[in-house]
Structures are given as C-alpha cells and as structure tokens.
Ligand binder design. Structure first.
Ligand SMILES: [Zn+2]
Ligand SMILES: [Zn+2]
Length: 265
C-alpha cells in the first residue's frame, strides 16, 4: 500500500478551483488504495455572518458517482473544520448528520484576526498575534473533541516567519508542549502539513517531530493541503524520510473515523 494524502481541497472549497476527478486520475496513476477529500468548513468567518462552507449533499453525490468510475480506489469523505467557539452546535450537527471518514480540525482565525494574512501580524504585533494564536489553538482542542486530526499546528507561525525569518519555533516550546500533551492524552493525530513545512526550514519540521516524540506522541498524518492537482502528495518522499529519521515507524490514516497504522520504510 502507498500512503494517501490526508488533507486535500477541491472546487467545493471557497479557495480552490480544482475538479475532483483530476485528483482521482492521479491517484489511479500512483496506484493509491484511498483518496480523501477534506474541503473547508469555517462557520461565521471573522464574525461576518458568512460561512466558508459547501453543499455537502452535492459533494457526497459527486463522490458517490466518482466511486463507481474508480472502483479500485476507496473514496473517503473528509472535511476540514475550522474552530469557532460560538458555532460548536452547528459543527456538532454537521458531524452528526453526515457520515465522514475523517475530521481534520484547524484554527484559521480568532473572530477578528485571520492568521493567514501577514497584515494582521503587522497591525497587531507579531509576538502578540502569535501568542494569541497558540492560546486559541489550546482553547480549540480543550473545548472541542469530536475530530481525528489536528491540522497545521504551525500555520500561524509560518505567516509570522515569512515576515521575520529570525523567528524560531523553539521559543514556543512551552505553548507547543501544552497543545501536544492534550492531543496525546486525547489520542488524536498531529498533522505534518507540507503546505506549511515547505516555506519553513527543515530544522523546523524536525524540531516539531522531536518535541512530539519526546512527549510520547505516536500518531502522525502527512498531507499536502493541496488546493490544486500540482500540490497533491508533493514532497511526500522527502518528508516520510524526515519522519522516519525522527524515530517514527508509522503514519496513521482514517476510515469511518477509525484510526489505522501505515508502516513507513
Ligand atoms: Zn487549514
Ligand atoms: Zn486545508
């Protein structure tokens, strides 16, 4: 078996134009056993009463019809849910009403601040914004538990690093340790997100992996966070080696919300 990409966006996401079928043609070419799609669900984005969400029924219908076209690939249904404290009821209902294989859980914004944009860090202060970011991540995983994978732990750090390349992740060991300990206690998986890693030095990725390992972390997913076909499974070989060299023998993946181990060699 070849490990599949566990964080993939299509034209159902507000920020992607990528048709699903092209991913499946690629998955077939690579002889993958699984394909999972994890489009965005960010409710009440920036408190603007606007949902960055998609029509799940329509997406499931398309996935079901693609399943008959690609019988040798098991098409899994995933979603990337953004943390939003005042929308937890709606989030719970979305999860209850739809049979997902995988719930990726993320933090993209804190009501007024979107952590993707460098302007926010310049406006509110880089260190202040990063402190708020890590605090909010901890709040997210302490107050919401119905997910499988915590995504891009270092998403906010990446934006700050692009402004100030002297920033080093080890300054945040305390914050990261607190977050990782909750993930480990809850037996959730930590994602190694290559969209984030590819703009950070390799030593950053190794630092995250070593810290997680030293705290007893076992469960990792690997993903490109592709929003277009060219990024699908990009740099997987390089990062599988880094993960292996950091002392991990397995990655995990999810089917019907159950965790399975994939041995890396
Ligand atoms: Zn995300
Ligand atoms: Zn994503």
């Amino acid at each position: 078996m070849i490990i599949h990409d566990q964080h993939v966006h299509s034209y159902y996401s507000f920020d992607s134009k990528q048709p699903i079928e092209e991913y499946l043609l690629k998955a077939k070419e690579l002889d993958l056993d699984y394909f999972v799609l994890t489009d965005h669900c960010d409710l009440n984005y920036l408190d603007q009463n606007k949902d960055l969400f998609f029509d799940i029924d329509k997406q499931f219908e398309e996935l079901n019809s693609l399943q008959s076209k690609f019988p040798n690939i098991k098409i899994l249904k995933g979603i990337e849910i953004g943390y939003k404290p005042n929308e937890i009821n709606r989030i719970n209902n979305i999860i209850k009403d739809n049979q997902f294989d995988l719930i990726n859980f993320s933090l993209h914004e804190s009501d007024k601040i979107d952590y993707y944009f460098a302007e926010e860090y310049k406006k509110h202060g880089i260190i202040e914004t990063l402190n708020l970011y890590f605090k909010r991540e901890l709040e997210a995983i302490e107050s919401f538990k119905d997910y499988d994978v915590f995504c891009h732990l270092d998403y906010g750090f990446k934006t700050a690093f692009l402004i100030d390349q002297n920033l080093s992740i080890d300054k945040y060991e305390n914050e990261l340790s607190k977050i990782m300990k909750v993930l480990i206690k809850d037996e959730k998986a930590l994602e190694i997100n290559l969209k984030v890693q590819e703009v950070l030095p390799t030593k950053h990725t190794k630092y995250i992996l070593n810290l997680y390992k030293s705290l007893g972390g076992k469960y990792l997913t690997l993903s490109s966070d592709a929003h277009e076909l060219d990024k699908f499974r990009l740099h997987f070989d390089k990062y599988i080696k880094i993960i292996k060299d950091s002392g991990f023998d397995n990655l995990v993946y999810f089917v019907n919300r159950n965790k399975y181990l994939f041995k890396i060699s």
